[in-house]
Design a protein around this ligand. Sequence first.
Ligand SMILES: C[S@@+](CC[C@H](N)C(=O)[O-])C[C@H]1O[C@@H](n2cnc3c(N)ncnc32)[C@H](O)[C@@H]1O
Length: 432
Amino acid sequence: MSQTNPSKRFAEFFAGIGLVHEALKGSGWDCVYANDIDPKKEAMYKGHFGPSPYFYLEDVWQTEQIVEEIKESVFLATASFPCTDLSLAGNWEGFEGDHSSTYFGFIRVLQSLGGHKPKIVMLENVTGFLTSKGGEDFARAVSALAAEGYWIDCIVLDAKSFVPQSRPRVFVIGFHESLQSERIIRQVKNGWFGDGWQAAIDSADSLRPDSLLRLMAKTELSTGWATLTLHPPKQTKYSLASFIDTDDDQLWWDKAANDKHYAMLSDLHRKEVENRCKAGGLHVGTVYRRCRYNKMRAEVRFDNVAGCLRTPRGGSARQIVMIIDDARVRFRWMSPREYARLQGSPDFTLAKNTTQSLFGFGDGVCVPVIRWLDQNILTPVYEDEMTSTGHIDCAKIQGRNGASSVPKRNVGAIKEAEGLTQQITQRVDATQ
Ligand SMILES: C[S@@+](CC[C@H](N)C(=O)[O-])C[C@H]1O[C@@H](n2cnc3c(N)ncnc32)[C@H](O)[C@@H]1O
């Protein structure tokens, strides 16, 4: 493990069980502030990292308190804000919903940090973030970040490039306008000369689906878009079978549960299982139960990649393992340790309670994906900044002037979020 540089500090908002921290700690990032509102996540976080006095069980809307608690300026702030309202599970409420609108609680903290804003901000969310309200929520989110002085990049990475789990996620990176790193290529608006930004975007086209590029093109930012020269991650070679325990000691289901799930396979999937039985040998698949045309189905995949891990709300959100071992078909629930492996953190400390662990990992980030972002974006920009400025502002924040301008939480946090998003939308509309 590399040495922790005293100024390579970060704050982790919506920390969950700390998988962002887990990814960053190996390259010397020092977490000086973390928050989450869920005591069970806090327990898992502390169960793994040990006593963590910098972890606060608090609502992100507690702006004044949070600014007091971030005692030293941080180079990086990460925010994996809740995705609930950016998917079917939250009825696509988007930023009108109670959960995902907590993003604006994070923005309010940034505003309140005044001249001590982090140099880099990294957001993470599901791909529904790009489609929520026809892209309006994404535009609101990045415009709010730009209004705080950040140049913005956005990429989509799928965990399956690193581990056998399908988990595409959107990452928004905000580079503060004060950064001097020449590595950051800023978009030239209406420039005479070839736009280096466009060339860098074009040369890494697998990082940004067309839908994202269209969204970026129509979202005018008060700062602008920026990027680095990025080379998409190389596909890691792996076998799902080595992430899944296939021995007899596992909690394989009894005959009744086995038969029930076998009967839930569609004709197509049953045929696939039969063919694999005939072929012999070991086959590892993963299964989700889904309601199709009012019928509960067990949908199996054998493409060497597990389905996206989710929080086990309701009977169909927990992943099932199916193995075919020389024509013998067995099912069982996927275990917390397997969830940990598929999130790229095989040795993470589990909670005693299985559901608690599954919730923690189901909500979390995939560790090697964050490591890739660190190695390719966060640490290089940090190191450039150290070199170009000769130092990093290590000023103690406590007692500085900016803290007194913390806006008060008034009628209610959500109302305020809606007000803020409205202002931002008006600003976006005015620029179009
Ligand atoms: C997507 S998860 C983040 C997971 C985390 N990145 C990890 O890898 O473990 C979002 C987290 O936001 C937390 N959260 C929800 N509302 C919050 C609020 N108002 N203030 C702080 N945290 C909140 C949830 O408890 C949840 O752990």
